[in-house]
Ligand binder design. Structure first.
Ligand code: GCU
Length: 341
């Protein structure tokens, strides 16, 4: 089934339909924008990264009619006088430096990095009464297509982008959203829904992230819905053991980022995420780029081997040796891909 038939409708229209399908059937619709967003710098460390890239801790405040909600972010921008391309990193932890984020090396490579801890937005469990979830649901029952937790973390990444737009040191034409694993799923959803990001990166996001669900090895929709039902909307459960009946698959999520750039990183030993299904999704999503006259994934005509890196097209991919982890090696590949554009 083709993702898009250009004779039928233009890409903007089809892209909106795809996002609508993904939100209605899988992640739930994202919460609305707040009435107002404001912020306060709560801490500054001018000695961070030897003073080359001072660190600011900023508290973002989102006001809704039903109440206000705060979450902290870390902002690390190199000091020299130019506009920096930047990452918004949805992180597992709330401080820097962090084992999943080599801030100094990112900044030495000429990128700024803004990060936040996903659990500061709302907890990673079935409790919909805390943080953003508490404000949005406010005791109301969730409908079948209301935001799951991934959609809420994604909403927060877009608020970080709202804040980034006020900073004169950033090159707003080169904003990349990035996350690992469950937060790689979140990164792709953010790239699909928020066109201010010129690139979206998924590190080992696997099931319900970059990996195609049909024929997937390792984690399946059944596994993920049983263990983490709250990441998604309730409609997603319809597809347990029904992958072949789905009116979409995960390559739709990658394609919804086109013509902007997408990067999928896999790890050889991460069989739960399934590197082959992540790679096949990139191959399938290339259709949309090619129909636009652009290159999708440029790859060899065989499954990748550990150490292979494909950076020539608008979809980037690498297969790293080793385990499920967000490593320095992954970051360096992303930086190399972004520098060549
Ligand atoms: C679990 C889950 C995955 C997820 C991963 C993570 O392994 O099954 O879908 O990507 O956690 O976020 O680390």
């Amino acid at each position: 089934m083709p993702i898009w038939n250009p004779q039928d409708k233009d890409w903007n229209e089809r892209r909106s339909e795809i996002i609508n399908i993904l939100c209605n059937e899988e992640y739930g619709f994202l919460p609305p924008k707040p009435e107002k967003l404001s912020w306060e710098v709560v801490e500054e460390d001018n000695r961070f990264c030897a003073g080359k890239a001072p660190l600011k801790k900023v508290l973002l405040k989102a006001d809704f009619k039903s109440g206000s909600f705060f979450f902290p972010i870390c902002v690390c921008i190199p000091k020299a006088q130019k506009k920096y391309p930047f990452f918004v990193h949805i992180n597992f932890r709330d401080n820097v430096p962090d084992k999943y984020m080599p801030s100094e090396e990112i900044c030495d490579n000429g990128f700024a990095v803004l990060s936040f801890c996903y659990k500061d937005v709302t907890s990673d469990d079935n409790d919909f009464s805390n943080g953003l979830a508490g404000i949005i649901y406010n005791g109301k029952a969730r409908k079948d297509n209301d935001s799951g937790k991934i959609a809420m973390w994604s909403w927060a990444a877009s608020r970080v982008m709202d804040y980034a737009q006020t900073l004169t040191e950033l090159d707003l034409t080169r904003a990349t959203i990035v996350g690992h694993s469950r937060l790689g799923k979140t990164s792709l959803l953010t790239g699909a829904t928020d066109e201010r990001f010129s690139c979206a990166i998924s590190n080992e996001s696997g099931c319900s992230g970059a990996a195609i669900s049909r024929g997937k090895q390792g984690e399946t929709i059944k596994n993920i819905c049983n263990r983490f039902p709250y990441w998604f909307c309730d409609n997603y459960k319809k597809y347990i053991d029904k992958e072949f009946d789905m009116p979409f698959d995960q390559h739709f999520l990658l394609a919804a980022i086109a013509p902007r750039k997408v990067y999928v990183a896999s790890a050889e030993e991460d069989l739960w995420a399934d590197p082959v299904s992540e790679f096949l999704s990139c191959v399938a999503a290339s259709e949309v780029f090619e129909k636009m006259g652009l290159d999708g994934l440029i790859h060899n005509d065989n499954l990748p081997e550990a150490g292979e890196v494909f950076h020539k097209g608008n979809i980037g991919y690498h297969l790293r040796a080793g385990l499920h982890f967000f490593s320095r090696e992954d970051w360096l590949h992303f930086i190399e891909f972004l520098k060549q554009k």
